[in-house]
Design a protein around this ligand. Structure first.
Ligand SMILES: C[S@@+](CC[C@H](N)C(=O)[O-])C[C@H]1O[C@@H](n2cnc3c(N)ncnc32)[C@H](O)[C@@H]1O
Length: 292
């Protein structure tokens, strides 16, 4: 009996994805999210989805695909699938040279332009915000630049992600020292509350400007609901998309930005071959893309 059980566990663990099932799932994921899973990630998908098959008591990846397409609870499963296929690596103050350009040059330029027009509103968009470190970093930088003046501004940072579970964690706003590994200690002291057990909670004054929304960047109609932005941060997200989806998403950002607004991409990403609408501006440590 014991060995039979062990055998059935082994069998479950060993469910293999066939080439056909992989293509089917890959096309489905691509159509749903814009994320393209290359052949070299076939086994990663197989491993990452093994638990889902086990939990749902399914015997093949074909059955799983069918479940995703037709089961009454497919919406919940789709959310689980998004959690499984997305890479959510992030941290506070990620890529400090780029954020320095944002803080010292771009933000100051935008603030001066707004003041000259008598408009004291700012809207930033963190597209693909993962567990919240990026939008909270932007809010901290706004506090650093505007200081006590911040209360006289109308500020909103829209933060979105495909994965519902990262957004849940973002809203809690509790982090480990690892998430703060590139954050200056004086910033940690001023904008976080240590809540014991090596955990840090973002202060309400920082969190209040950030609004988290679940959104699929490859869905034009969902993206259209985002208010016009002064700056879009979409760092380390488009690398997962196909060329076609990258081009579309970049054009959605262009349409979303206010004239004179800026797009920031991740340090290994660029608009090369994707868009000629933006003006690339080279700063030490970072290229930023301006909508003129
Ligand atoms: C590697 S994280 C980057 C987080 C943050 N921007 C940074 O640079 O630290 C990429 C995030 O993009 C999200 N993502 C991937 N595809 C998406 C899509 N189609 N729509 C919205 N978010 C997506 C993932 O869920 C993930 O949390």
């Amino acid at each position: 009996m014991g060995s039979l059980l062990a055998k059935s566990v082994t069998l479950r663990k060993d469910v293999k994805i066939t080439d056909e099932e992989f293509s089917q799932l890959r096309d489905f994921i691509y159509a749903q999210t814009g994320i393209y899973i290359g052949d070299n990630r076939k086994y990663l998908l197989e491993n990452r989805l093994a638990n889902r098959l086990r939990d749902l008591n399914l015997k093949t990846f074909g059955e799983y695909y069918y479940f995703l397409r037709y089961d009454p609870s497919r919406k919940d499963e789709l959310n689980r699938l998004f959690d499984v296929i997305t890479t959510n690596e992030t941290s506070f103050f990620r890529n400090p040279p780029q954020l320095k350009v944002f803080q010292d040059i771009i933000l100051k330029e935008i603030i001066a332009a707004k003041i000259s027009k008598g408009d004291k509103s700012l809207h930033f968009w963190s597209a693909g915000c993962s567990t919240g470190e990026e939008p909270y970093t932007l809010s901290i930088i706004l506090h650093e630049v505007l200081k006590q003046e911040i209360d006289s501004w109308k500020i909103k940072i829209t933060a979105n992600d495909l994965s519902a579970s990262v957004l849940k964690s973002a809203k809690r706003g509790i982090y480990t020292p690892y998430a703060l590994r590139t954050t200056p200690p004086n910033i940690i002291n001023r904008y976080f509350k240590e809540i014991g057990n090596e955990k840090y909670q973002i202060l309400p004054q920082v969190a209040k400007y950030v609004e988290f929304v679940q959104l699929n960047l490859s869905d034009k109609f969902q993206v259209k609901r985002i208010p016009k932005s002064d700056v879009v941060f979409c760092r380390n997200v488009i690398i997962y998309f196909s060329e076609e989806v990258k081009k579309n998403v970049i054009s959605y950002f262009y349409d979303n930005l206010q004239p004179g607004g800026y797009l920031f991409l991740g340090h290994s990403e660029s608009l090369h071959n994707l868009s000629r609408s933006f003006k690339p501006i080279h700063h030490p440590g970072s290229i930023v893309y301006k909508k003129e």
